[in-house]
Design a protein around this ligand. Structure first.
Ligand SMILES: [Zn+2]
Ligand SMILES: [Zn+2]
Length: 875
């Protein structure tokens, strides 16, 4: 047992303790048939990322669960790793190239560029891992994975080829969301919608071979060069006669058909819709239904391409201006209206997304979504809180095919191989060098890589060794719980569910524990642009990892956002100090080396033991139900109030009395039993301080983190004694309050007379009762005292208390003090009344001011009355 230093210094203990745990292999989990498995896979942070408060929150929750289950005797595996984060990482490296060497990725070429990204990964990839360690995360680092390591890459190919062969992956020209800034396709989930003010332009298109014309209303005149039709509603009377006719595209002069489609809303605009299949998802669908031509008018960077005629080369916004000016000049712009509409923007860079048709790879979602909804419907996968299952189901019901190709270089390159000689495409797990059709060797692999989420969707089984049949996969899969924020339910959770079902035939996890975001003290999202982010590493440095962790769980309930402030961290730090000081006090008084409970428990011992026993039950249940905020609140209250403020004070006389050896040792044993057990219960939340204290108390085993989780023991439940002690505490509190009201210092003792039906209990606790109620002596009465009028009397539910007034105060001094106070209040009253008796003040001053003065006068009078009462009592 090491002696605890005077002050708790987290920075001195955290690193050595973490090393001690890691070197002893406590984080490592193996398949073990004698134990039940408990598995969590970490949401892999971006390999080049930095720990932010969101991670700290997410990891803390996972670490609490894993440490809890490990102590409960499970083979608890927390599988760690990082994500290659395609676009995020590529952009970082491109940016550094641009700034430092004035080069683009194209200057280097694919191969050289990828070498640079790997260098970057090797240089910065371990940063986030070492930051996770600072937090105390008990991941099994021996099993650390990376989404682009050999095994995960193999899993990706296996899945791609399997899905392709089942017809669930296809390559197609589809309309997709395109970010002109990131120059890549985006999945639906990567597009954020915002309402923007815009305009509705009314443009006149002539009908071929007649004087008639139609007017189309559009928010996007810059795409008109790609129009290949004009649509009207089949039931719209106004346009019946035009269906089947042709109109002429202004400026360009191309002829386009007028057709009917019930998608068109006759009430919107003029009821005539210009149809641009390549640049609008709804137009695209209409185009397919009516076999319209597809004309793409933009390049990847959203400049106009050669199909745009005279506008070729212009940026899309420049083009809009030019088009409108030309239409205006030709007299074709009939009307302009203000019009707010939903615009899609890129979730990464905020650029307005351009819908475009292009050749992309897709996962066919309908057949995969069905079973993924079933497992949530039938409860095989549960969301905590349950409301998120609705969010999930709603999204899955409306899911579109998943665009998985990205026009990036950093990522899993799509395993499709094209033969330059015969045009054959081969999708294969192995690299193809010879065309299986013609034997040609001019083979070129698909340029695109896969969406980052394609590999993270496989994370729960790829990290356990799939597609190999490993012991780990067999034992740890399906995993137990997934902990993540509500913001990635679609990106990640949904995709893991359908992938697990499809490739493993089993859901990837039983429970999805959803948490909210960490916001600043005012409730705002932490962001770079607001500059309101708090760096978790700085918090750890200043206050310790335990204080940060404790702050993040306090007040937490599943699914809800939390507010973070330095004040909260300070109060967590104060809590750590409180535990430290109490533990140190106990340790300094220890002479024993074993901490089992004594046979004979005093009344107050039974109280704390029973309270503790109840705490064990409550905390265990709360954690099992993911109510971590409730668990931690109960621990806090028990430690601060029951244990430190009461029990330690209660037993101090016994602890310091060395004459009765048995009583003294029993006290030590109860203190150690309860404190040691409480440190176990608190360990998942505050791993470092609890380990330090646990080690400093009598203990068995190497570490609190592999000690056995405390269990509720029926024989330690003492309800009657709990009530008795709490009645006495209530009496003590009442006595102290009354003494405080009377300004009696604790040093002034007084006789305490008790009239109570619970005499035996008060007698059993007389030693501490007398001390804590500042009694010179405690006496029991059989009836109310005869001279009650010269006593201070207090009524509490357990007992009636009487204290001789003369013992509490010095009559002469008190009288003098009260007389002085009386004089002061009287002069205050006179001062206020002078004002209120002055008609010019009352007449001229605002009503509010007069009322305030009247209120003052009333308060003083009340005070005066009380002083006079007290004076009378002294006579
Ligand atoms: Zn973008
Ligand atoms: Zn070929």
């Amino acid at each position: 047992m090491n002696e605890l230093p005077k002050v708790y210094d987290p920075s001195a203990v955290e690193e050595p303790l973490y090393r001690f745990w890691e070197e002893n292999g406590f984080f490592h989990a193996e398949p073990d048939e004698t134990k039940k498995p408990f598995t969590i896979v970490i949401p892999p942070p971006n390999v080049t990322g930095q720990l932010h408060m969101g991670h700290a929150f997410d990891e803390t929750l996972q670490d609490i669960l894993i440490r809890f289950k490990r102590m409960q005797g499970y083979s608890a595996l927390w599988m760690p790793g990082t994500d290659h984060a395609g676009i995020a990482t590529q952009i970082k490296v491109e940016e550094s190239l641009r700034v430092n060497e004035k080069l683009t990725r194209y200057d280097l070429g694919r191969e050289k560029f990828l070498e640079r990204v790997w260098d970057w990964k090797n240089q910065y990839g371990s940063r986030i891992i070492s930051q996770l360690k600072k937090l105390g995360s008990s991941c099994d680092w021996e099993r650390e994975r990376f989404t682009m390591d050999e095994g995960c890459s193999k899993a990706v190919r296996e899945v791609f080829v399997n899905l392709y062969e089942k017809g669930l992956i296809y390559k197609g020209s589809r309309i997709i969301n395109w970010c002109p800034h990131c120059t890549t396709a985006l999945s639906d989930a990567e597009v954020e919608y915002e309402n923007q003010a815009g305009k509705l332009w009314y443009i006149k298109y002539d009908i071929k071979g007649s004087d008639e014309y139609v007017v189309v209303a559009t928010t996007r005149p810059e795409t008109f060069m790609g129009d290949t039709g004009v649509a009207v509603n089949p039931d719209d009377e106004r346009y019946q006669h035009l269906i089947g006719k042709t109109c002429i595209l202004p400026i360009i002069g191309r002829e386009i058909p007028i057709f009917a489609d019930s998608y068109v809303d006759p009430a919107f605009g003029t009821g005539c819709v210009k149809t641009t299949p390549c640049h609008d998802p709804n137009d695209f669908e209409m185009g397919l239904r009516h076999n319209l031509e597809q004309i793409l008018v933009f390049n990847g960077d959203a400049t106009v391409n050669e199909n745009g005629g005279k506008y070729c080369g212009m940026d899309r916004y420049e083009c809009r201006k030019a088009v409108l000016a030309d239409l205006e000049a030709e007299g074709r712009l009939l009307k302009i209206e203000d019009h707010g509409h939903n615009v899609g923007t890129c979730y990464r860079c905020g650029t307005t997304v351009e819908p475009m048709t292009s050749a992309q790879w897709f996962v066919k979602m309908a057949p995969l979504a069905k079973p993924a909804m079933d497992v949530v419907h039938n409860g095989r996968v549960k969301f905590v809180p349950d409301r998120f299952s609705k969010t999930y189901l709603r999204w899955m019901e409306n899911v579109h095919d998943w665009c998985i190709s990205r026009q990036l270089w950093w990522g899993h390159r799509i395993p499709a191989f094209y033969c330059a000689d015969c045009g054959e495409m081969t999708v294969s797990k192995e690299d193809v060098t010879v065309c299986p059709k013609c034997g040609g060797t001019h083979i070129h692999q698909e340029e695109d890589v896969l969406d980052t989420w394609f590999s993270s969707a496989l994370w729960p089984f790829s990290t356990l060794g799939w597609p190999e049949k490993t012991r780990e996969l067999d034992y740890f899969y399906p995993t137990s719980v997934l902990v993540t924020g509500y913001d990635i339910i679609f990106f990640w959770v949904a995709r893991m569910i359908f992938s697990g079902l499809e490739h493993m035939g089993q859901e990837p996890f039983k429970t999805v524990y959803i948490h909210g975001l960490v916001r600043d003290a005012q409730g705002r999202k932490m962001s770079k642009s607001l500059g309101n982010g708090i760096d978790p590493l700085e918090v750890i440095e200043q206050y310790g990892a335990d204080a940060l962790r404790f702050t993040l769980v306090t007040g937490n309930s599943p699914g809800n956002d939390m507010r973070f402030s330095t004040e909260k961290v300070e109060s967590s730090r104060n809590f750590a100090n409180k535990i430290w000081n109490a533990s140190r006090f106990i340790q300094m008084n220890l002479t024993i080396s074993h901490a089992e409970l004594p046979e004979k428990l005093a009344l107050e011992d039974k109280w704390i033991v029973s309270k503790y026993n109840g705490l064990v039950k409550a905390v265990t249940e709360n954690i099992d139900k993911y109510e971590l905020g409730l668990a931690v609140q109960k621990l806090y209250d028990f430690i601060w109030d029951n244990f430190c403020d009461w029990y330690i004070e209660i037993v101090k006389p016994r602890l310091q009395d060395k004459t009765d050896k048995e009583a003294n040792e029993n006290t030590q044993r109860v203190l150690c039993y309860v404190l040691s057990g409480t440190m176990q219960l608190l360990h998942p939340f505050m791993p470092f301080i609890t380990e330090t204290i646990w080690q400093a108390l009598p203990h068995e085993g190497k570490s609190v983190m592999v000690s056995k989780w405390p269990e509720y023991r029926e024989e330690l439940c003492f309800k009657a004694e709990e009530e008795q002690v709490e009645r006495m505490m209530e009496t003590i509190r009442a006595i102290r309050n009354r003494r405080a009201e009377m300004n009696v210092p604790p040093s002034k003792k007084a006789n305490v007379l008790l009239f109570t039906p619970h005499r035996s209990a008060y007698e059993a606790g007389a030693l501490f009762f007398g001390k804590l109620s500042y009694a010179s002596e405690v006496e029991f009465l059989d009836a109310a005292p005869a001279n009650a009028e010269s006593m201070v009397s207090i009524v509490t539910p357990g007992a009636q208390v009487y204290m001789p007034l003369g013992e509490l105060i010095d009559f002469e001094k008190e009288r003098a003090r009260l007389e002085k106070e009386k004089a002061k209040v009287e002069s205050d009253i006179a001062f206020v009344m002078k004002k209120l008796d002055n008609p010019s003040f009352v007449g001229k001053a605002p009503e509010k001011v007069v009322a305030a003065e009247q209120e003052k006068a009333a308060k003083y009078r009340e005070l005066l009355e009380k002083i006079e009462e007290s004076l009378n009592a002294l006579k």
